[in-house]
Design a protein around this ligand. Sequence first.
Ligand code: GSH
Length: 283
Amino acid sequence: MTDTYTPPAVWTWDKESGGKFANINRPVSGATHDKALPVGKHPLQLYSQGTPNGVKVTILLEELLAAGHEGAEYDAWLIEIGKGDQFGSGFVAVNPNSKIPALMDRSGPTPQRVFESGAILMYLAEKFSAFLPTSGAARAECLSWLFWQVGSAPYLGGGFGHFYAYAPEKWEYPINRFAMETKRQLDVLDKHLAQHDHMAGGGYTIADMAIWPWYGALALGKLYGDAGTFLAVHEYKHVQRWARQIAARPTVKRGRRVNSTSDAPDMLRERHDASDFDALNID
Ligand SMILES: N[C@@H](CCC(=O)N[C@@H](CS)C(=O)NCC(=O)O)C(=O)O
C-alpha cells in the first residue's frame, strides 16, 4: 500500500482493501446465498446485531415495553454481519440494502417490512404513539435531530471509526478529516444540550435513542478503543451529562445487551422473552 494513488479511468474490484470488513464488502447488492429467516412468536420480529444502529431499536422496544405497550413484544434474531448473514435471501427480502437493523411487523393481516434504523424508530413510535411528539415544534425538532443522526453517523462510523480503528494502516489525512468532523458534531450536540435537557422538546424521545448509541457511547469512551481520549470527549460537558443520564436508564441497559456477538455473561445473542434478561449474570 502506497501513500499516493492515481485512480484509473474506470474503477474495478480487483482486490480486497485489507480493512476489518473487507471480507464482507462488495460493489454489488443482493443475496449471496439462500437462507430463510426464523420467525418467533411475537408480533415484532427484529433481525439485527448489537451495533450502535442495532441497539437504537432494542432500546426503543425495551422503552415501549417498560411503558406498558404489550404489542411491542419482540423476538430479536442475531444477524452476524461479520459472517455475511445480511446477504442471506431472507434478510435481503426484509432489507434490500443488506444492513442491520431490519424489522418485520407481523401484527397485521399482511406482514410489513421496515428497514433503516431511523425509519424503524419512527414507525414504532407512530405505531404506539410514544416517544415522538405528535405535532408542532416538538415533533419538528424531534424529527430534525433524528434525521441529523442518520445523516451524521456515517462520518463518525464510516469515516472516523473506520480510519481510526479498522483500516489496515493509520493514515493521517482521513483520520484528521474525520476527527475534525466528529469533534464538530460533538460540539453541535454540546451547544444544544447546554440549553436543553434532551434533544427535542417534550422530554426523552426517539431522537435521544438514535443519537445516544453513537455520540453518547463515544462520549462515555465506549466506541473505537482509545477514541474518547483521542477526541478529548471529556470537554463536551453537556454531552457528558446527557450521555450519563441516558446510560443509567434500565431500559437502555437492557436494549444494549440484545443481539450481542460477545460471549460476556451479561449479553444476549438473541432475545425472545423479557425473562431472558433474568438469566444473565449482571452485577
Ligand atoms: N443507514 C443505516 C445504516 C445501517 C448500517 O450501516 N448497519 C451496519 C451495522 S452498524 C451493517 O449492517 N453493516 C453490514 C454491511 O455493511 O455489510 C441505518 O441507519 O439503519
